[in-house]
Design a protein around this ligand. Structure first.
Ligand code: RIB
Length: 346
């Protein structure tokens, strides 16, 4: 039976992240813990795949890139940055799309191991670090982009989703909106969970009630945005504003509102997460949070190249700042309480 990293962790009574740190000679492991892990490795006869480890000495020509929705233009810009950086280093990319599906992601990560890629940039379909274990056991460097995983020690780069979402919700509160719906990506991903946190933070800071029916989440796709907007419009008392937590959800919401003749922003304010070229030529132009998408991809590849060159670097978590772009899809709203545009502090 093949001994896995998790078997060593169980025998030593530590996390798989700690076993990873011992295997990569990470400095921040207490001597007695290191001893327990090394004893467990010896007793179980655990041998990480040394072939892949030896690859680090060679300049393998392939960088694995795993994204969660190949039809989402956000990932086109992200992958473009990785491809530009890889080509500059005479490397090619091996691109896989998981469709936000953990099983599909696991299949592709095992394929990356089999193909002995030099390293992998991955936008994980969940926050469970166990899905990355095939790569970690094979000693293949990994950087997560746009989202994080927990329970394993890997580099990551993403934007400050909480701060950016809180800023755009505060903006429409300052416009006078008090009942604001949130249509979010799945809460099992970092982006869905953190954008939810940002929404809650802004509403609570303004002492506004959180109405359960106004907060919905699902797969970040157009059809989800349409369906959840429809559900919100069918509430006995619909809100006066909607926040959509990614560009695909935004498209679905716009289609749903337009089909019902609901005017933006006169009848319903709409603000979103992610900026795309067409959002500034739409009528009305959309108010959004803009991610530094190309910078995300470029940073992820730079971190991966550094990890390939120096496996024992301390793990890094880089957080980039997004921008608020105020356009025309939100407007002042007279909530009938005379506190139009009252400034609220987060
Ligand atoms: O549209 C892409 C964005 O929404 C990314 O942050 C991705 O994680 C999704 O949540």
């Amino acid at each position: 039976m093949k001994i896995r990293l998790v078997d060593v962790a169980l025998r030593a009574g530590v996390s798989t992240a700690t076993v990873s740190r011992v295997l990569s000679d990470h400095p921040h492991v207490r001597p007695e813990v290191r001893g327990r892990v090394l004893n467990a490795i010896e007793e179980l006869g655990y041998h990480p795949n040394r072939v892949a480890r030896s690859l680090r000495g060679q300049k393998a020509a392939i960088i694995g890139v795993v994204i969660s929705d190949i039809q989402n233009p956000f990932f086109t810009h992200l992958v473009r940055a990785v491809e530009d950086g890889a080509y500059a280093q005479q490397q090619a990319i091996f691109l896989c799309n998981t469709d936000e599906d953990v099983e599909k992601e696991r299949f592709y990560l095992r394929l990356m191991v089999a193909e002995k890629v030099a390293g992998v940039v991955v936008c994980p379909a969940s926050e469970r670090g166990a899905s990355l274990e095939p790569l970690l056991e094979a000693g293949i460097p990994v950087v997560t982009v746009d989202r994080r995983v927990y329970g394993v020690e890997v580099d990551s780069v993403l934007v400050d989703n909480v701060r950016a979402t809180a800023a755009i919700i505060r903006h429409i509160i300052q416009d006078g909106h008090r009942r604001i719906a949130a249509i979010l990506p799945s809460l099992t991903t970092t982006t869905g969970r953190q954008r939810h946190e940002g929404y809650l933070s802004a509403m609570q800071s303004a002492y506004l009630p959180i109405e359960e029916g106004l907060v919905r989440s699902g797969q970040p796709r157009e059809v989800t945005g349409y369906r959840l907007t429809e559900e919100i419009l069918e509430l006995p008392s619909p809100p006066t504003a909607i926040f959509t937590g990614n560009n695909m959800l935004t498209v679905g919401a716009i289609r749903c509102l337009q089909e019902r003749g609901i005017r933006i922003p006169e009848d319903m304010a709409l603000v979103g997460f992610d900026d795309l070229e067409w959002m500034s030529i739409l009528h009305p132009q959309l108010t959004v949070v803009a991610q530094p998408t190309y910078e995300l991809g470029r940073t992820a590849l730079r971190m991966l190249h550094q990890r390939i060159a120096e496996p024992n670097l301390p793990v890094r978590h880089i957080v980039l700042q997004a921008r608020l772009i105020i356009r025309q899809s939100c407007a002042r709203h007279d909530n009938g309480r005379g506190d139009l545009g009252r400034m609220v502090q987060a």
